[in-house]
Design a protein around this ligand. Structure first.
Ligand SMILES: Nc1ncnc2c1ncn2[C@@H]1O[C@H](COP(=O)(O)OP(=O)(O)O)[C@@H](O)[C@H]1O
Ligand SMILES: [Mg+2]
Length: 394
């Protein structure tokens, strides 16, 4: 390994972008990067991961393999990520030879729900009330302080509601502890207890920050979850201008506070009290930002590329109202080669995205649909109709 860091702040077309993670976010990133004349190298342990089908190079190894990270660093002019759980210490080692955007410091916070909320609070951002929890005794104490209902979550590695248990009354505390720790008794566990927020809506903002500190936020998305998995996003979110401003301020404050270069997606609750509370952040493209592919001049994936390559950020204007519906493995017709896909495409202004996953399993994100409309309501009606047609698969 050369000790000389690849210094170029600006990475121009022809350069190689290394991506940690080979899922659908990396796949959609690779599509944009290749369109713009870049090469893409993907690090992922899967033989046929969605992004590797489109990458110029695939470093086929585990995320915790330092040799693999070295191989990626040597091939790349800049490294970005679509999966935030890479090993921070390993990334710090390679940061000396290739720019990593966003940097390991951002990941260190985004990997950990307690650090995320501590950071938000230190920046003056409201969050649900929360306590760090390591033992059953701490959980009992935290429940006395926070009350019920509450939700216990693993501090790390949770996604799509995995590693979470709702506690409706104190009698459910032990069962919740067992559920999220998998009954582990071999040492301390890192958990967070959060007050259950009475929200009127969940929203998110994807924002980009360039190497010069320039920030651009995409419009606020209104998000509907099913079983703690994003189901539908509607844009623009049907909120007041004041709430939209508050949401954008939260995203910008977090992006600046964390010194992000790249994307930061911020999930928030709009409370019954009208206040915006931060839920979590992801330093990468976000499922709720997929609508930007059709509805904005520059998609979240192109914006990620622009930010990490040191290029000017693109316009985040909303060209038309949009709605996005996820396609999960349980929706018949999401497997490749099914006729339902053709029927969905008969709905006006509707785009189909399938991620190239051969096997449809329940709970697995197989693709998504985005519809545009004259109003958010029309876009939503279209995308749900398209998904029904696809799911009928007749
Ligand atoms: N404190 C909370 N109050 C109310 N709802 C919550 C709370 N925490 C999580 N949820 C619900 O569960 C979903 C998933 O939780 P989240 O913390 O975003 O984890 P994940 O990493 O799985 O997305 C949220 O989008 C929301 O619908
Ligand atoms: Mg979430």
């Amino acid at each position: 390994m050369s000790d000389e860091r690849k210094r170029a702040d600006v990475v121009l077309p022809g350069g190689t972008i290394g991506v940690v993670g080979g899922g659908q976010l990396g796949r959609m990133f690779a599509l944009e990067a290749r369109r713009m004349g870049y090469r893409v190298a993907v690090l992922d342990p899967g033989a046929d991961a969605p992004a590797t089908q489109l990458a110029d190079e695939h470093v086929h190894a585990s995320f915790s393999d330092p040799g693999a990270m070295r191989a990626l660093a040597e091939r790349s002019d800049v490294i970005t990520l679509e999966w935030e759980n890479a090993d921070v210490a390993t990334l710090r080692d390679f940061e000396r030879i290739v720019p990593i955007r966003p940097g390991p410091g951002v990941l260190q916070v985004a990997q950990h729900r307690v650090r995320e909320k501590d950071t938000a609070r230190s920046l003056g951002i409201l969050t649900p009330d929360y306590r760090a929890v390591h033992t059953r005794e701490e959980l009992a104490g935290a429940l006395r302080e926070i009350g019920t209902p509450a939700v216990l979550k693993t501090a790390r590695f949770g996604y799509d509601g995995k590693g979470q248990a709702v506690i409706r009354h104190a009698g459910e505390a032990d069962a919740a502890f067992d559920a999220v720790t998998g009954g582990r008794r071999d040492g301390p566990v890192e958990l967070i207890l959060e007050a259950w927020v009475r929200f009127t809506m969940e929203i998110s903002v994807v924002c980009a920050r360039g190497i010069d500190g320039e920030i651009a936020c995409f419009p606020v998305a209104e998000n509907v979850h099913q079983n703690a998995i994003l189901d539908v996003s509607i844009v623009p979110a049907r909120i007041t201008p004041d709430v939209a401003d508050a949401a954008r301020r939260v995203a910008e404050t977090m992006a600046r506070g964390l010194d992000v270069v790249g994307l930061l997606a911020v999930e928030m609750f709009v409370g019954e009290d009208g206040h915006v509370r931060m839920n979590e952040v992801a330093p990468r493209p976000h499922n709720s930002g997929h609508y930007t592919i059709e509805a904005c001049p520059v998609s979240q994936f192109e914006q990620q590329l622009r930010a990490v390559c040191g290029l000017p950020l693109g316009s985040t204007d909303l060209l038309r109202p949009a709605a996005m519906a996820n396609l999960m493995g349980e929706h018949a017709g999401t497997a490749l080669g099914r006729p339902g896909a053709a029927h969905a495409l008969g709905v006006p202004a509707t785009a189909l995205h399938l991620y190239g996953k051969a096997e449809a399993r329940p709970g697995r994100k197989m693709g998504h649909l985005t519809s545009l409309g004259d109003t958010p309501e029309q876009a939503l009606e279209r995308v749900l109709r398209a998904r029904d047609l696809l799911s009928a698969d007749a």
